[in-house]
Design a binder for this molecule. Structure first.
Ligand code: AMP
Length: 305
């Protein structure tokens, strides 16, 4: 994303921190890394950025002295700031203290795949907030629907806002236009709402994954468990683009059960599913576990109810 060029990662010179910084920069495509390793810091150009990440290995007085020097060049007040450390909770505490009047996100310990997703999602959210657009404002949270104990994330408000709907579609095209995606498969019913205009914008076929009993032709089917209940999906055999790269999509990724079943159905029939996309991700329902090994991207994530 263009806006990710406005991310500045400031690190100490320790290899483990540098590795984490490289992981963040890679995920954010184009984020700039400034290492403040003692000998070369003097000459570094500290650019103003929209989002900062500060990282260091452990509470090392030399690193912190340099970090303080960097912070003298940057006014962090009110700016979003992720702080990270490959191994030290103490360093995280110290860094978040340094960034105390910012919007702070914490990333401790080695950066796992799911943490990279969180870094991306957090960065996107704060950047969009900074630009006056926050997707979260367009997602309703309805407690005890459709059953007691379930917090339902309602995306109908995205659809009734042309600005929010356009934001989603633009973001989706931006994410996938260079990924060699040859078709999109979407899950009934809300997945269709985003996948259909996406397919049109991308100029690729749309494959419908429907609930049992809706498709008239020769089909394949799969059963799966849901966050609340059980289901069965079907797809027309002739619609599956064998050997092609198919992006699999739904509105919300909750337990990942539907997507796992669909993924296995499509790949079992010869399609390649390089990635799964959802507008909303609910990682606290552990979809990473069910979708293990499949790259997942979402526009916004919620980390707890
Ligand atoms: P999953 O558990 O990932 O298989 O979710 C299946 C479908 O149920 C998704 O397409 C979502 O649209 C829907 N869903 C599951 N949990 C929620 C939730 N908490 N809020 C809104 N929709 C949900």
């Amino acid at each position: 994303m263009e806006s990710r060029k406005n991310v500045l990662i400031v690190t100490d010179g320790v290899e483990a921190t540098q590795k984490m910084a490289a992981g963040i920069a890679k995920a954010l495509k184009g984020a700039k890394i400034v290492s403040i390793a003692a000998p070369d810091f003097g000459g570094q150009d500290i650019l103003p950025a929209e989002v900062y990440f500060l990282g260091c290995e452990k509470p090392n007085p030399a690193s912190f002295a340099y970090l303080s020097e960097v912070l003298r060049h940057i006014n962090l007040a009110g700016r979003p700031c992720g702080v990270f450390s490959p191994q030290s909770e103490e360093a995280i505490a110290y860094l978040s203290d340094m960034a105390h009047d910012s919007d702070v996100a914490l990333y401790a310990k080695p950066l796992f795949e799911k943490d990279i997703e969180r870094v991306k999602s957090w960065t996107d959210q704060v950047i969009h907030k900074g630009q006056g657009f926050n997707l979260d404002d367009y997602i309703g949270k309805v407690p005890d629907f459709p059953k007691p104990g379930i917090l339902f994330y309602d995306i109908t408000t995205i659809l009734t806002s042309p600005e929010a709907f356009d934001h989603c579609l633009n973001s989706m095209v931006e994410l996938y236009e260079d990924q060699g995606i040859e078709a999109v498969a979407a899950i009934e019913a809300r997945g269709f709402l985003f996948a259909a205009p996406f397919a049109d914008r991308m100029g690729i076929p749309l494959v419908l994954i429907r609930k049992k009993g809706k498709l008239p032709g020769k089909k394949l089917s799969a059963r799966y468990d849901l966050e609340y209940g059980e289901g069965e999906i079907e797809v027309h055999v002739d619609d599956i683009p064998s050997g092609k790269r198919v992006l699999l999509m739904d509105d919300i990724i909750a337990t990942g059960g539907t997507l796992r079943a669909t993924h296995d159905l499509l790949t079992g029939a010869g399609a390649i599913v390089p990635e799964i996309f959802g507008i909303v991700g609910l990682p606290f329902l552990n979809y990473e576990k069910k979708l293990h090994g499949i790259p997942i991207r979402t526009l916004i994530q919620y980390h707890g109810e």
